[in-house]
Ligand binder design. Structure first.
Ligand code: HEC
Ligand code: HEC
Ligand code: HEC
Ligand code: HEC
Length: 145
């Protein structure tokens, strides 16, 4: 029984690791240039401000519906929970596009971070027409990287 437990633990431990979000700030040490550009030029790096502005006008329940698009990893394992518990994930950071970065950051292995993009990654938050129209370019040329 004990052995089985240990086997299961070793099998699934890497999985839990790989699904953790660490926040954009944590990418900064190794990707300073991308970080500076992103925080300087992309509104995604400040997306929580947009919903904070409207905080007083909507109910706490309504506010929660904003989290899925205005924060990082809300509703996902290791993602945003609340401003108090996970302040480092409050904005839509690097990981909404590149995927959870904990394992990549720990290993420095490019294999564990997303580099190939499809429209499906943007679509949960951006409408299909918009995404197709800009084809990633405004963001890149806008200075996100
Ligand atoms: C401890 C250092 C470190 C941290 C922290 C780190 N990375 Fe990396 N990252 C690397 C290294 C090393 C590479 C490989 C660079 C190369 O091959 O030129 C890399 C490569 C990448 C690549 C390119 C992958 C490819 O296939 O070429 C992306 C995208 C990336 N990192 C995103 C991130 C994001 C997003 C974060 C934060 C969630 C992050 N990294 C945190 C070290 C780090
Ligand atoms: C988790 C939700 C989410 C995902 C996934 C997402 N975005 Fe965004 N994006 C936002 C939000 C929210 C804003 C608006 C932020 C604000 O104005 O406060 C935004 C803004 C933008 C903007 C406006 C310009 C700017 O200053 O950033 C562009 C361009 C953009 N996103 C491109 C993309 C692309 C391309 C992808 C897919 C590779 C993507 N986004 C994925 C939530 C997301
Ligand atoms: C389905 C995803 C989604 C949800 C849910 C969502 N937003 Fe957004 N929101 C976006 C995107 C994407 C943008 C950026 C639009 C653009 O620039 O094209 C945006 C932009 C905004 C802006 C304008 C930002 C600026 O910098 O001017 C405000 C304000 C805002 N959202 C507030 C909210 C609030 C409040 C809620 C919850 C009641 C909410 N949003 C829910 C995706 C979403
Ligand atoms: C809106 C989506 C989006 C966000 C947010 C985002 N990236 Fe990227 N990232 C991309 C795209 C698209 C590429 C280009 C991929 C390609 O050319 O193959 C890229 C490429 C990279 C690369 C590879 C080297 C390069 O510059 O082309 C690194 C490293 C990287 N991003 C790190 C980051 C870091 C760190 C953050 C946050 C500070 C971040 N990214 C935020 C979409 C995003």
């Amino acid at each position: 029984m004990k052995v089985l437990f240990i086997i299961l633990l070793t099998l699934f431990y890497p999985l839990t690791l790989s699904a953790q979000y660490i926040g954009s700030e944590a990418c900064k040490v190794c990707h300073a240039k991308q970080y500076e550009n992103f925080t300087k030029y992309s509104r995604m790096s400040r997306s929580f401000e947009a919903i904070e502005k409207m905080k007083n006008k909507i109910t706490p329940e309504e506010l929660k519906t904003c989290y899925q698009c205005h924060t990082t990893g809300y509703g996902k394992r290791g993602g945003f929970v609340s401003l108090e518990k996970t302040p480092h994930l409050k904005n839509t950071g690097c990981e909404v596009c590149h995927g959870p970065g904990k394992r990549h950051a720990e290993t420095r292995n490019p294999k564990f971070i997303r580099r190939k993009f499809t429209l499906q990654i943007c679509e949960p938050c951006h409408t299909e027409e918009r995404v197709r129209a800009f084809r990633f370019k405004p963001l890149l040329y806008g200075g996100a990287h």
